[in-house]
Design a binder for this molecule. Structure first.
Ligand SMILES: O=C(O)C(=O)C[C@]1(C(=O)O)C=C[C@@H](O)C=C1
Length: 99
């Protein structure tokens, strides 16, 4: 990873050896790339969700569909446990606003 400051890599990473700092810098690059993709996917999810909500509201329905939200919460909980539920709730809030 390119140093973002003039600090030694060990100080930037909390590692106690240059070898460990190298491992951490490489892994941090991968995490940054993954986070970029995750953010892109979240934005894509928000856009698709907006299409659904718009269609439902235009047809006279409501923005929120609770049974579908329960399905999504269950899917995230099954895959990721309790924090998965919190993650799904955050995704739903980003997608349809606060209820
Ligand atoms: O699937 C739907 O019906 C949607 O409106 C999408 C979505 C979501 O973002 O997943 C958003 C709001 C609803 O309450 C349920 C789910």
């Amino acid at each position: 990873m390119t140093a973002i400051t003039d600090q030694p890599a060990t100080e930037q990473t909390g590692a106690r050896t240059p070898e460990a700092a190298d491992v951490i810098c490489g892994a941090r690059e991968r995490i940054d790339a993954l986070d970029d993709r995750i953010i892109g996917l979240v934005q894509e999810r928000m856009a698709v969700s907006a299409v659904i909500q718009e269609a439902r509201i235009t047809s006279g329905g409501r923005r929120v569909n609770l049974s579908r939200e329960m399905e999504i919460l269950g899917r995230y909980r099954d895959a990721l446990g309790k924090p998965g539920t919190a993650l799904a709730m955050t995704l739903l809030e980003l997608s349809r606003g606060r209820v």
